[in-house]
Design a protein around this ligand. Structure first.
Ligand SMILES: [Zn+2]
Length: 287
């Protein structure tokens, strides 16, 4: 008997500490899409970033290009926007999540619940000619990187990269919470954006979300984009994590809806409300 009690307690402890409640379960049939946390969750339904979408390509041909559908669509829109504004280059898309997420996605700490995307940098030759990304090569503060495989130097294409960041920041459906990137690349992008005369709103948002991560590398060879759960997605099982961006606040009650009138009506003295009501009853109809 004592053994059974111990086993039961052990099972309960495991459930509480390993986060088993975050996986799809018949007990929670309403959960779908992104479930749980980026580092301890699953993607139950999603959409791949299409390999033939305009302005992008997959870095590797594998099953790691899935995300919640609005995020995959936002990445496609951003790449298309860059291709429209500065034709001649394509965005190389690295890992997102697998179709049926869950469990470690080596070598990532996150990428499990369809909220993360690794996007390679746009690169060009020293003369400024767009070059297909050779993969993960490390750019310094001078904006240069050595492509050892081909024995050449490449330049960080700050113009196209900023257009990509701007497109993601300004796209409400993208709901970008973080863009992990090295401090050196962050500085190059910010300098470029200031010189272009971008709006304060876009600059403020970009500055808030771009950061060099404390773990998992400084991200001097790609950007890691993290989207935040929407209100609908939270209801469906997505667990909010990290800062809530004020411009992406859960807009559950749109302004100027009847609820606002109700709130104002509650501030009006009862007597005057009754007068108004009786006035309305005796008012001629139609006017
Ligand atoms: Zn990543």
């Amino acid at each position: 008997m004592r053994v059974n009690v111990s086993v039961s307690l052990l099972g309960l402890t495991l459930v509480l500490t390993t986060g088993c409640a975050s996986v799809p379960s018949p007990l929670w049939p309403q959960w779908h899409g992104s479930i749980g946390l980026p580092g301890r969750g699953v993607l139950a339904e999603g959409k791949p970033v299409h390999p033939d979408a305009r302005g992008l390509r997959w870095l590797r041909d594998n099953d790691r290009h899935w995300a919640i559908s609005r995020f995959a669509a936002a990445i496609e829109r951003a790449a298309a926007l860059v291709a429209d504004q500065r034709p001649g280059a394509v965005l190389a898309v690295g890992d997102l999540s697998t179709r049926t997420g869950g469990g470690p996605l080596v070598p990532h700490f996150s990428h499990r619940s369809g909220l993360d995307a690794d996007l390679l940098f746009y690169v060009c030759s020293l003369e400024g000619v767009p070059v297909e990304s050779p993969g993960f090569i490390h750019f310094g503060a001078d904006g240069l990187a050595r492509d050892e495989l081909r024995g050449r130097w490449l330049r960080f294409d700050v113009e196209r990269e900023w257009l990509l960041i701007k497109a993601l920041v300004e796209d409400r459906e993208a709901r970008v919470q973080w863009i992990f990137v090295s401090d050196a690349i962050n500085a190059l992008l910010t300098e470029w954006a200031l010189a272009r005369g971008e709006s304060t709103q876009t600059l403020y948002r970009a500055q808030a979300i771009m950061a060099q991560p404390a773990h998992g590398g400084i991200h001097d060879d790609h950007v890691h984009v993290r989207t935040s759960c929407s209100a609908d997605e939270i209801v469906a099982g997505c667990e909010p994590y990290g800062p809530e961006r004020s411009w992406l606040a859960y807009d559950l009650v749109p302004p100027n809806e009847p609820s606002e009138d109700l709130a104002l009506a509650l501030l009006v003295p009862l007597e005057s409300q009754q007068l108004s009501l009786s006035d309305a009853i005796v008012a001629p109809w139609p006017p």
